[in-house]
Design a protein around this ligand. Structure first.
Ligand code: HAM
Length: 431
């Protein structure tokens, strides 16, 4: 029996991996413009780091962790998200000293692991492009970071997006809201789903996030957190809205949105795609928010923070639903056709020389006939084809053809070795 990859995982194959590289490159270039620097953390963490950050009652921690005890009996988990590990790294590596920029801005492109029920755009190993900003409580940081996510989508050509925001306020606001919410939900306790009943007193905000249709009907009329924001929290949320408006960024407020992780306070947001190809179904491609208490929770000094992550698999299906095509084959500068086994050594040398001159180059290794080799060159999208037959070899020359214009020139091999960039330029300038 042939082996299969584990459920909920993907092989990213050539023809597809080019799209991933394009998404990654575009993100790196844009994030660098915003002065973000890359961080890479281990694929696994101490269970405690994630459980304390994301929250014991969240779906992620209570149902979806890939956790195990290693041979030294340490409780380990594959990371289900990037924020907790990065906060751990921020505290552990003391990334707040005078030698570091403040705010400290980080980005990551990494795989994450959640034991979820796999479906389109929901995997067990998936990939996130994410960012975290430490050290600024300025609402301009919230807005600028959201704007960066939107800029990214704009650069990719994605149009059908909706920005949804909410505020969870600070601790004081949330405590006041928690009481009001419990009082409301208790009236419907008997009708709530099992999960929501359990969460009612442990973490009532999680009930707002329930996927159960009956819970959702009850939650629709729940009190709004926005009515419980104290002055500081209301001011922060007000400023976020004003700044978004100042940058002409449209948004909607959804006061029932809580997000699935416990570390948030103040601003939270999601970017949802309603691309025509989704036929009315919405897909969350990006989510994030402020988490001012987490650095302290993980042993650091109180430090405000803001971040987001987008799912790369979701991004790819969104691009497809928008009808946007990404590159799948990278262009080839030159293909070397060698005719007859005696040309093997010269081909080996010339291909290496062309590559060393900074061009992409490929060749035939299977002694195929001329027709087959030219077919391969065309399939690879070669701009030039360089042919060495036995006669050319004897005469110390090679024939170089521009595949688009049909122009052909015979050059001495010595010139090709010394001056390929000029030959390339001469033959391709009219393409
Ligand atoms: P999250 O909402 O759990 O937030 O995930 C962010 C994005 O990752 C989602 O909007 C979705 O696009 C993608 N995603 C999540 N789970 C899956 C899955 N099973 N399969 C495919 N894609 C998935 C976080 O992870 C936070 N750490 C974001 C953040 C950063 N908040 C502050 N800083």
């Amino acid at each position: 029996m042939a082996y299969q990859r584990p459920k909920g995982t993907n092989d990213i194959l050539p023809g597809n991996s080019e799209k991933w590289q394009f998404l990654e490159e575009t993100a790196r270039l844009l994030f660098q413009d915003y002065r973000f620097q890359e961080i890479r953390t281990p694929l696994f963490e101490h269970y405690e780091v994630v459980a304390r950050s994301v929250g014991d009652t969240s779906d992620i921690v209570s149902k979806e962790m890939y956790d195990f005890y290693d041979k030294g009996q340490r409780h380990i988990t594959l990371r289900p998200e990037g924020t907790a590990p990065i906060v751990r790294a921020y505290v552990e590596n003391k990334l707040f000293g005078p030698e570091f920029p403040n705010p400290y801005k980080l980005y990551y492109i990494e795989s994450m692991f959640r034991y979820e029920r796999p479906q389109a755009g929901r995997l067990r190993q998936f990939h996130q492009i994410g960012v975290e900003v430490f050290g600024s409580e300025n609402p301009a940081t919230d807005v600028e970071t959201i704007a960066m996510a939107l800029d990214y989508f704009k650069q990719l050509g994605v149009e059908h997006l909706q920005l949804v925001i909410n505020s969870l306020g600070d601790k004081e606001s949330r405590l006041a809201y928690r009481e009001a919410l419990i009082a409301y939900l208790e009236r419907y306790e008997a009708e709530l789903s099992g999960d929501s009943k359990r969460r009612l007193h442990e973490n009532p905000l999680r009930v707002l996030d329930s996927k159960d249709p009956k819970d959702q009907a009850i939650v629709a009329n729940a009190p709004s957190i926005l009515d419980y924001l104290n002055e500081t929290s209301a001011k922060h949320f007000q400023a976020v809205q004003e700044f978004l408006t100042a940058l002409a960024i449209p948004y909607e407020i959804d006061s029932n949105m809580v997000r699935g992780l416990d570390y948030y306070n103040h601003t939270i947001f999601e970017i949802v795609s309603n691309a025509p190809g989704f036929n009315g179904v919405q897909t969350t491609v990006c989510g994030g928010g402020r988490y001012d208490g987490l650095v302290e929770e993980l042993g650091g000094k109180p430090t405000p923070a803001f971040g987001f992550a987008m799912g790369m698999e979701r991004l790819l299906i969104t691009l497809e639903a928008e009808g946007i095509e990404l590159p799948t084959v990278l262009p080839l500068d030159c293909y070397v056709v060698g005719l007859g086994e005696t040309t093997n050594l010269e081909c080996l040398k010339v291909v290496q020389a062309i590559r060393n001159a900074g061009f992409s180059c490929d060749r035939d290794y299977l002694n195929r006939k001329a027709k087959g080799q030219f077919k391969t060159a065309a399939k690879e999208g070669a701009r030039l084809v360089l042919t060495i037959g036995e006669t050319e070899l004897t005469n110390g020359v090679a024939n170089v053809k521009n595949m688009a214009t049909g122009k052909e020139v015979t050059y001495p091999l010595t010139e090709i070795y010394q001056n390929f960039p000029e030959i390339f330029e001469d033959l391709t300038e009219l393409d």
